[in-house]
Ligand binder design. Structure first.
Ligand code: NAD
Ligand code: GLY
Length: 359
């Protein structure tokens, strides 16, 4: 079994990311990364029948809790169930929580670990492509509130991230493609060579070729680790990881999160962010065309869903973004493929033109 190990450099909070096939079958690796002592595996009802039993067989003393599946359960009441399980099983401050699942399980488990007895260790075992290239790395944890997505949370870094690429074999295509949007994001924001590599390898990625997939995951994690190491708490540069998200979140909110997966909204939002960058004279029309080509080749939507509200209403929804500072909308824009920056200095009429063109 070959594997790649990267490091997220955050001084005393540094941790490894190990990527490879069959990691969950590797006793020595699991012992080394997870450790012994009290363990609580947190997963959901979809992932449990696929991956929980074999993992528990390797850690006979571990407890586990199976949560309901779905973004609608990413809320405090569900995290409360994790606390109850920990307290019922008398877990103490030296316990380790293990998140086995996608971003929803990972965000909730990380948040439970940040809060339980004022903070305990946790490990990420991400099982969606989106979680493997994005949410499991960087320590953003939390839950949704009825009044806003990801509004309650904490920064709490994992002690280790174990990415077993075999788990992607059971991931539905639509979820896999949504994860590809975040992979493409790294090429667009900070890695032009990777963007070209993705253009050349998108067919192999769509076919889930293992070698190509491992490379894409590793390169994505490497890019994310660099950004997080530079700005752990999003005081500045980390916000570039949100390319397309302000546009995407507005669409998700307008459609009550029912029409598109998050990655699909991000893919389309990136097209809109690049369109605005082009209108501002920052990137060339050919760069926008290449991005649309790659996003389409990844099976992601390149035209808006039906029945969106008008441009002013969409602008108002964009104004609810977490990046709004002192009442001013800040957007992630590109100077070139591979060169993102954050700006509040753009002509609102051009933004309206982008919204009119795409929505
Ligand atoms: P998800 O966790 O809901 O997983 C998607 C679906 O796939 C679920 O039904 C899940 O049960 C299923 N699934 C997971 N792994 C599977 C597998 N191997 N085989 C079959 N089915 C599997 O969604 P997601 O896209 O992984 O994560 C989205 C969440 O991540 C959102 O809540 C978002 O806010 C969050 N997020 C967090 C960060 C961060 O930095 N913390 C970054 C991006 C997104
Ligand atoms: N997914 C955005 C971040 O981790 O900052």
């Amino acid at each position: 079994m070959t594997s790649i190990t990267l490091q997220v450099d955050l001084a005393e909070r540094s941790y490894p990311i190990t990527i490879g096939e069959g990691l969950l079958k590797d006793d020595a690796l699991l012992r080394q990364h997870i450790g012994s002592g009290q363990l609580m595996v947190v997963t959901n009802e979809t992932i449990a029948p696929l991956y929980l039993e074999p993992l528990l067989a390797k850690m006979p003393s571990a407890h586990s809790i199976i949560l309901p599946d779905g973004e609608q359960y990413k809320k405090l009441a569900t995290v409360e169930r994790v606390f109850e399980a920990l307290l019922n099983q008398r877990h103490n401050r030296s316990t380790t929580l293990i998140a086995l699942g996608g971003g929803v399980v990972g965000d909730m488990t990380g948040f439970a670990a940040a809060c339980y007895q004022r903070g305990v260790r946790f490990i990420q075992i991400p099982t969606t492509l989106l979680a493997q290239v994005d949410s499991s790395v960087g320590g953003k944890t939390g839950v949704n509130h009825a009044l806003g997505k990801n509004m309650i949370g904490a920064f709490h870094q994992p002690a280790s991230v174990l990415i077993d690429t075999d788990t992607l074999s059971t991931l539905p295509s639509r979820e896999y493609q949504a994860g590809l949007a975040e992979v493409i994001k790294y090429g667009l924001i900070c890695d032009a060579d990777f963007f070209v590599w993705l253009e050349d390898n998108i067919a192999a990625l769509m076919a889930r070729n293992q070698a190509v997939l491992q490379y894409a995951i590793a390169r994505s994690c490497e890019n994310k680790a660099k950004v997080v190491a530079a700005d752990e708490r999003e005081g500045g540069i980390r916000a570039i990881l949100n390319l397309g998200h302000t546009f995407g979140h507005a669409i998700e909110t307008a459609t009550q999160y029912k029409t598109w997966l998050h990655g699909e909204a991000v893919g389309f939002g990136m097209i809109m962010a690049l369109d605005l960058s082009m209108r501002l004279g920052l990137i060339k029309a050919s760069e926008l065309r290449r991005a649309i080509g790659l996003i389409a080749a990844a099976g992601l939507p390149v035209s808006a869903p039906d029945n969106l509200p008008d441009t002013d209403a969409m602008m108002a929804l964009m104004g609810m973004d977490k990046k709004v500072l002192d009442g001013q909308l800040r957007l992630v824009l590109l100077r070139a493929i591979g060169e993102a920056f954050i700006s509040n200095d753009f002509d609102t009429d051009l933004l309206k033109q982008t919204l009119q063109q795409y929505l």
